[in-house]
Design a protein around this ligand. Structure first.
Ligand SMILES: Nc1ncnc2c1ncn2[C@@H]1O[C@H](COP(=O)(O)OP(=O)(O)O)[C@@H](O)[C@H]1O
Ligand SMILES: [Mg+2]
Length: 373
């Protein structure tokens, strides 16, 4: 087990105008499963390659359990990497593919194969060991590649989108399996993905990246519930967050958010500065009801089913809001509905920078049940 730290690390590829990784200081905690999540090109794989030692930092240091490994060669770092492409040796059967790192270490044949059997047992692939990679399915190859990493018993596993080539069902079962393997090995897992489902299903921590910089480091729950800025808020969530630009003002001693047709009484919420602001709200934070007597009324412009839930997009004046429709309700395009906000589910962002405005009565960030055990 090991803690891995980036200390003011920068990575610039020659010929590239922007840094692939802007100055980053970050700790991957000992024994945790951390996902590096972000869109394509945000620098996720680069971070993994720097940790593996197959790319050199432009500046800064990499530390493992406090020791500087910046200039240590890949073979001598106690890490194992699994690529999206699996990178198996095509002319070796699965057994020898898995045994390969042990051969490099000079272990005898019998001992190598004994270790392979153990790992294959854990991965449920004992029956496949005599097959060549071309005779294996994508999921099976992925397991062999994982086996080749596990057999080395490294302190740190580096996984780069290892399941994104698998079909949806297999991805789901493989996530469970990876989680189980992580628990069993107790090693530090660092897992790169663009898929938020991976992060939600497996990780203890999420590093959310955009344009070569870390936007937020947090638990998956906190990333969803308390996004640090508008980028994170938009990137995470099955359906997009609705954003409303407006103003916070005080009227007769009460705080109120106002955006023409859309408004919210914010009495009792502290820490919100008066002035321009962007309110973000996820579908579960918008409630629709009968329009009769409702203080805010809108028209349904779109309905979507994301089983088991129904969602409606509602226009209130020129503002568009997505709402989760309560189970017993039926709505259709053109219906007039009442709209209210769940105040505790509103997010406030600086109108210029897009950074989250932290409200004083916000719940604490990390709770024990936030962390997958
Ligand atoms: N070997 C390389 N040479 C030059 N540019 C690269 C190289 N590898 C990655 N990049 C660039 O660095 C940026 C980050 O890439 P990468 O880390 O692969 O992103 P991600 O894994 O998040 O998709 C991208 O702009 C990419 O084009
Ligand atoms: Mg990548």
């Amino acid at each position: 087990m090991a803690e891995v730290r980036l200390d003011r690390v920068v990575k610039r590829y020659p010929g590239l105008a922007a840094d692939a990784v802007q100055e980053t200081s970050l700790t991957f905690e000992d024994g945790l499963f951390t996902c590096i999540l972000g869109p394509s090109g945000s620098g996720k794989s680069t971070i993994l390659k720097l940790l593996a030692g197959i790319e050199e930092v432009t500046s800064g240091r990499i530390l493992m359990d406090g020791a500087d490994i910046t200039n240590v060669t890949p073979e001598r770092r106690d890490v194992a990497m699994v690529f999206q492409s699996y990178a198996l040796y095509p002319n070796m059967n699965a057994r020898d593919n898995i045994a390969f790192p042990l051969m490099l270490r000079g272990l005898g044949r019998q001992e190598r194969y004994r270790h392979v059997e153990e790992v294959a047992e854990m991965l449920g692939i004992r029956g496949l060991l005599d097959r060549q990679p071309r005779a294996l399915s994508g999921g099976e190859r992925q397991r062999v590649a994982l086996g080749r990493a596990i057999v080395r018993s490294p302190k740190v596993f580096l996984l780069d989108e290892p399941i994104s080539n698998l079909d949806a069902n297999l991805r789901a079962t493989t996530r469970e399996e990876l989680k189980r393997i992580h628990q069993r090995l107790g090693a530090t897992f660092i897992y790169v993905t663009h898929d938020q489902d991976d992060a939600e299903a497996m990780s203890d921590r999420v590093v959310l990246m955009a344009r070569g910089s870390v936007q937020q480091y947090d638990t998956p729950t906190a990333i969803y519930r308390r996004p640090a800025n508008r980028f994170v808020a938009s990137f995470v969530g099955r359906l997009p967050m609705s954003f409303v630009r407006g103003e916070i003002r005080e009227e007769e001693g009460r705080l109120r958010f106002d955006s023409g047709p859309v408004w919210v009484d914010l009495a009792g919420r502290r820490g919100l500065p008066a002035g321009p602001v962007v309110v973000g709200v996820r579908p579960e934070g918008v409630t629709i009801s009968s329009s009769r007597g409702a203080p805010m009324v809108g028209k349904v412009t779109l309905t979507e089913v994301v089983a088991p839930d129904l969602y409606a997009t509602v226009s209130v004046g020129d503002v568009s809001l997505r709402a989760r429709v309560p189970g017993e309700h039926v709505v259709g395009v053109g219906d007039e509905v009442g709209v209210t906000f769940v105040r505790s589910l509103l997010h406030f962002f600086d109108a210029t920078s897009g950074e989250r405005i932290v409200v004083e009565d916000e719940p604490a960030t990390v709770r024990s049940w936030d962390v997958a055990v």
